[in-house]
Write a protein that binds this ligand. Structure first.
Ligand SMILES: [Zn+2]
Length: 71
């Protein structure tokens, strides 16, 4: 009854691998559910203003990339 056989050892290894995989899938599912529930970062509105030299619209506090002038 308690004798070891190759079949018993293989079935035991198979069961352990199956349980391991199921736990891995559950963990992955939980991680996906957590990221889906997390609020998405809000995009902040940016202020743009017209470049006095070329008339292009550039972000506030950033030099105009078109004419390389500081706005
Ligand atoms: Zn400009």
């Amino acid at each position: 009854m308690f004798g070891f056989s190759l079949t018993k050892i293989l079935v035991t290894i198979l069961i352990v691998v199956a349980v391991w995989r199921v736990f891995g899938m559950v963990e992955r599912y939980r991680a996906m559910a957590k990221t889906a529930d997390a609020p998405k970062p809000q995009l902040k509105a940016m202020d743009f203003h017209e470049c006095p030299r070329c008339g292009d619209y550039v972000a506030k506090g950033v030099g105009c990339p078109k004419c390389k002038g500081s706005a």
